[in-house]
Design a protein around this ligand. Structure first.
Ligand code: AMP
Length: 536
């Protein structure tokens, strides 16, 4: 029998189409960079494409070929954006390295990735100096904003022509490599493909996700080294949006840029938004009028923050995702009956982790029995699994797939799925506390604890208990100048969580340990309290 083939054009889903489109259709749309020293640079999508082509030619001259890794150690600015497109344009794989990782992690991932070129900000030169001898695969160092201790980026690409063609290849070729923060064991590399990145970028444009078009003025506060900057550098080119970048995350600088550049949408983790709101409070300023949308993810967005933005008429998009999901998994897209909900109901919904866009599938399975798929009843918590075309299948250089034959990827998160598809994260599988056969959510305890006016930060961990198997210990950092006792805090919590979940004890500390991506390191906390003994 003759196989009937489709008769449409070949147009491989390669990310270089994004920058070609941006330069052709939105060439004049601005890209603004604010540097750490206060100076600013302005270019546009046509300029980004021109310089990316120069960089691709410069990489070719160094002999960097298809699939080879080009690393960056840099904050957010247009030269970093040029590098994203320049590296993939040469057919190489862009590897964004998080400068906040510890030396051993930096050692591991650069060697594991076998990076050949490293482009870095001057501010990270001490890391380069320290790590150089541990990074034997790196042959070339380029500095983004200085001509020492390595050649200046502009001088390097300036010697090459802006003419030429992008590398061609298959849409399943890799284009980008990101490592997970790795709170346990070695970090793991996620190798994105051109195809997965393109599909992800198209999804990012949809109204339920970033809803971006060429009128948008986007300020990604999420670093370009964190989970592909949530896909914004790719999706922004498809939209032709104006981009505003800051190489420093200082609240005063960001607020000034919001106002001057008329930012309409911005994306960042909750701690960034928290410091922005604190800055506004301290200076008596208002949230800028032009801001229409706030995208927040990476950790849970506190309800009070959701409410504050929504009260100003700002659309809140509380997103959940992981490096392994490119990273968009869910966003705060509204339900069909959104306008019928009260303000309180809307805030409650937005304080959860949102709903999937087309392309992502979610399910929860029993924590003790992965074959039992749990109902989407808004009550039953289980291990969250995800699948879709931009979800990892196999970690870089791993011998086995990270998923089973049915492609479901275990996220390590514990969640409840509501009947309308809204995801509500309740914990990480490693952090959930098992007491007398019942699961206690450490996240619920932490959220309740930070609601107390004297608590700056809180973390709950399970400690071995001879009768209950595990019981929760709450570790608390008090706000400067505030006082609260253990019994006061426990009485407060008893009003906010089920009685049997109230932590048996509270340990006050000066500081809670964090990972390189700013999340609470439960592993370090567990190590610290390993020998903790309950009072008789
Ligand atoms: P990373 O790969 O470093 O971005 O970390 C991914 C993990 O961050 C997820 O598996 C979640 O545990 C956590 N996470 C991401 N977004 C959220 C969110 N909106 N609320 C709570 N936790 C989140």
């Amino acid at each position: 029998m003759l196989m009937l083939l489709g008769a449409m054009q070949d147009w491989t889903l390669r990310v270089t189409h994004l920058i070609d489109h941006a330069a052709r259709e939105h060439g004049g749309r601005e890209i603004v960079s604010r540097w750490a020293d206060g100076s600013e640079s302005r270019t546009n999508w046509a300029g980004i494409r021109r310089d990316a082509m120069r960089m691709a030619n410069a990489l070719r001259a160094l002999g960097i070929g298809r699939g080879e890794r080009v690393a960056t150690l840099a904050m957010n600015h247009h030269r970093h954006l040029i590098t994203w497109y320049g590296a993939v344009g040469a057919g190489a794989v862009l590897h964004t390295v998080n400068p906040r990782l510890f030396d051993d992690q930096l050692d591991y991932i650069v060697n594991h990735a076998e990076d050949r070129v490293l482009l870095f900000d001057k501010v990270w030169a001490p890391i380069v100096e320290r790590m150089k001898r541990r990074w034997p695969t790196i042959e070339h160092y380029i500095c983004f904003d200085s001509d020492e201790p390595a050649p200046h980026f502009e001088d390097w690409i300036g010697a090459y022509s802006a003419e030429g063609a992008w590398a061609e290849g298959d849409e399943r070729d890799p284009c980008m490599l990101c490592y997970t923060s790795g709170t346990t064991g070695n970090p793991k590399g996620v190798l994105y493909e051109h195809r997965s990145t393109m599909l992800h970028a198209l999804t990012c444009l949809s109204p339920g996700v970033f809803g971006m078009d060429c009128r948008a003025v986007m300020m990604p506060i999420v670093p370009m080294f964190h989970a592909a900057s949530w896909g914004l550098p790719w999706a922004g080119a498809a939209a032709g949006a104006k981009f505003v970048y800051s190489a420093v995350n200082d609240a005063a600088v960001l607020c000034d840029l919001f106002e001057r550049e008329k930012v309409t949408c911005s994306a960042g983790v909750p701690t960034v938004w928290l410091s922005l709101l604190q800055h506004l409070d301290a200076t008596g300023k208002e949230i800028p009028e032009t801001l229409q949308q706030v995208v927040c993810g990476g950790s849970a967005m506190p309800r009070a923050m959701v409410e504050r933005f929504m009260a100003k008429g700002i659309r809140v998009s509380h997103a959940w995702g992981m490096t392994e999901t490119s990273p968009i998994g869910t966003t705060g897209c509204e339900t069909w009956n959104w306008d019928d909900l009260s303000f309180e109901e809307q805030v409650t919904a937005k304080a959860m982790q949102g709903r999937v866009p087309f392309g992502v599938e979610l399910r929860c399975v029993d924590l003790g029995d992965a074959d039992t798929v749990l109902p989407r009843d808004g009550v039953t918590a289980g291990a969250l699994q995800v699948r879709g075309p931009w979800v990892v299948k196999r970690y870089f250089k791993a011998e086995r797939d990270a998923t089973g034959a049915d492609q479901w990827f275990d996220t390590g998160d514990v969640a409840v799925i509501h009947p309308d598809g809204t995801l509500q994260l309740t914990d990480r599988t490693k952090d959930v506390i098992k007491s007398g056969g019942e699961w206690i959510s450490s996240v619920e305890l932490e959220n309740a604890a930070v609601g107390h006016p004297a608590v700056a930060e809180a973390a709950a961990i399970g400690i071995f208990h001879p009768k209950w198997d595990e019981r929760p210990l709450l570790v608390v950092v008090r706000k400067p100048g505030s006082e609260v006792s253990e019994s006061e805090l426990r009485s407060y919590l008893a009003q906010h969580v089920a009685k049997w979940c109230v932590p048996d004890a509270v340990a006050f500390v000066d500081e809670i340990p964090h990972t390189g991506t700013g999340k609470i390191s439960k592993k370090d906390l567990r190590d610290r309290f390993r020998d903790y003994a309950w009072a008789a």
